[in-house]
Design a protein around this ligand. Structure first.
Ligand SMILES: NC(=O)C1=CN([C@@H]2O[C@H](COP(=O)(O)OP(=O)(O)OC[C@H]3O[C@@H](n4cnc5c(N)ncnc54)[C@H](O)[C@@H]3O)[C@@H](O)[C@H]2O)[C@@H](O)CC1
Ligand SMILES: Nc1ncnc2c1ncn2[C@@H]1O[C@H](COP(=O)(O)OP(=O)(O)O)[C@@H](O)[C@H]1O
Ligand SMILES: [K+]
Length: 479
């Protein structure tokens, strides 16, 4: 059976490969370009009525798409002008063919050329952006931005790197970006994600088997089908027994995590704590189990399969030793917050259980100071190096598996940037992994659910809301 490849994200190189393989299979480049231009023209005409349109065409095939859009809009009675970067005579291949089909003049790039535009199509650079945008291109793009009219980007907003989502020199802010076949990683990594506006993925005739052959390692996070629904004949011990090493001072972090773990279906959650903190946990949420036994004794029960350590833990030599001891057990481990900070410089080895690291950018830099590159590549390298699943948090959270798979999460709102939100996420992951999900699936689903809670809660969200919102989110997943 054919695999569902719709959530795959392509790198720029993989997109060129998909184009190439399609052309070799007998669909010409000119047909692909016509399909690309038609898709853009369709997206424009379904959203906007005819108006004065300026199309900014670059010197490559992105510009070629622009010429197709110009022709199709003109044929529908739109008033269209083209500003072309470089000489018309220098165009090559399919772009030249489409320029030859445009029977009107083109004008050179200039800020003045934008002046009467009521709608702008950015067909300057797409996959072929190779250096910083500057000079007359930057000036013209700035003028386009200042015109304050709808901007439709072809493939990528010009200036955004299709792989990393980073800005090369400067970039244009689009209202919509129409890309082809599959989205690219740069559409979902910041700042690219913001600069794209709405991303529309148009089918231009590249067949799914070609994407299957390319086997992209990156996806857009879409894990709802992984949720471990309780079984009719189920027992609480079938639903996993998670343990949280309770913080001594910041007890709220552990409590938030415990609530979230239980909300996603963990059968039992034990908080391991000592001293006054033990009493705090005992007197709080009655559904938590609380133990002041030695952690070794607590973990001697093989049903306690997954341990979360880090939230509210604090830093100290004893706690560092505890974290290292846990690494030598066969329990599934989720290492968050202070546990990660204490592992800076650690020599990572294969473990018997699943391992999930959940750093934010600051913790990541301390853990992996030598790793550089795009957020996606850094997470991938860290997972490879640590042999653990790495959940690199932020508005564009990336989850990477040691085998090279990566996903970019797109759920969530800026209201998640609040104390305790990360603890809730770690708790959700604990609840899922203790029920048997592997650390990559647990991290993907946990991050997705966490973001959905924020979307459902809307404005004014605080971390206490996340566990309360989980049932509402889960209801939307029920068949
Ligand atoms: N058969 C295909 O390969 C298809 C390609 N398509 C379109 O083709 C695009 C890729 O085309 P290309 O590979 O020609 O690349 P682009 O058209 O994105 O850009 C390449 C051109 O821009 C120049 N350039 C790059 N960065 C620059 C900078 N900062 N300042 C000035 N000049 C710069 C390069 O020297 C080159 O001339 C895609 O984004 C998509 O829009 C679509 O038509 C679908 C089919
Ligand atoms: N601007 C944002 N948009 C969406 N999600 C965000 C944003 N900022 C942070 N987050 C998410 O909120 C959570 C914050 O976690 P973390 O930084 O560990 O904070 P804390 O430990 O204080 O709870 C992470 O899941 C992160 O991905
Ligand atoms: K573009």
């Amino acid at each position: 059976m054919a695999k569902n490849t719709k959530n795959h994200l392509l790198s720029v190189a993989q997109m060129y490969e998909a184009d190439q393989r399609t052309i070799e299979s007998g669909i010409s480049g000119i047909r692909l370009m016509e399909a690309a231009g038609s898709a853009i023209a369709r997206e424009i005409t379904t959203r906007w009525s005819p108006r004065k349109t300026v199309i900014l065409c670059g010197p490559g095939n992105n510009g070629g798409d622009g010429f197709v859009v110009a022709r199709l809009l003109h044929n529908k009675g739109w008033y269209v002008r083209i500003l072309l970067l470089g000489e018309r005579d220098n165009l090559k291949g399919d772009a030249k063919t489409n320029a030859d089909r445009w029977p009107f003049e083109t004008q050179p790039f200039s800020p003045d050329g934008i002046k009467d535009a009521d709608l702008i199509v950015d067909a300057v650079f797409g996959a072929g952006l190779v250096r910083d945008v500057d000079g007359i291109v930057a000036l013209t793009l700035k003028a386009a931005q200042q015109q304050n009219v709808p901007i439709i980007a072809v493939d990528m907003p010009s200036g955004v790197d299709g792989d990393s989502g980073q800005i090369l020199g400067m970039a244009i802010q689009a209202d919509i970006t129409v890309t082809f076949c599959r989205a690219k990683t740069g559409h979902y990594l910041l700042p690219g994600r913001t600069l794209c506006g709405d991303v529309i993925v148009a089918d231009i005739g590249i067949q799914d088997p070609i994407i299957e052959q390319i086997a992209p390692e990156n996806t857009k996070n879409a894990p709802a089908h992984l949720f471990p629904w309780p079984k009719t004949e189920g027992h609480k011990f079938d639903r996993g027994h998670g343990v949280i090493v309770g913080g001594q001072q910041m007890t709220g972090a552990t409590r938030l995590a415990a609530l979230c773990a239980r909300r996603v279906g963990a059968g039992l959650i034990t908080i391991a704590a000592r001293g006054t903190a033990y009493m705090v946990y005992r007197t709080c949420e009655p559904g938590n189990l609380v133990s002041n036994d030695n952690l070794n004794e607590i973990l001697a029960d093989p049903r306690k399969n997954t341990v979360l350590i880090g939230p509210g833990l604090g830093i100290g030599e004893g706690r560092k030793a505890l974290v290292k001891d846990l690494l030598n057990t066969d329990k599934n481990l989720i290492l968050d917050a202070d546990a990660l900070t204490m592992l800076a410089g650690h020599n990572w080895q294969n473990r018997a259980g699943e391992t999930l690291l959940t750093p934010h950018e600051g913790e990541f830099k301390r853990l992996f100071p030598d790793i550089t590159g795009s957020k996606l590549e850094r997470a991938r390298q860290a997972a490879h190096q640590s042999k653990a699943t790495v959940l690199l948090k932020g508005p564009d959270t990336v989850i990477a598996a040691p085998d090279g798979r990566c996903t970019i999460n797109t759920t969530g709102t800026p209201w998640l940037a609040t104390a305790g939100s990360g603890d809730s996420l770690a708790g959700i992951c604990l609840g899922l992994i203790c029920q048997g999900l592997n650390s990559y699936d647990g991290a993907c689903l946990g991050t997705w659910l966490h973001g959905k809670c924020a979307e459902t809660g809307g404005v004014g969200l605080i971390s206490e809301d996340i566990s309360t919102l989980l049932p509402e989110v889960l209801k939307t997943l029920q068949k």
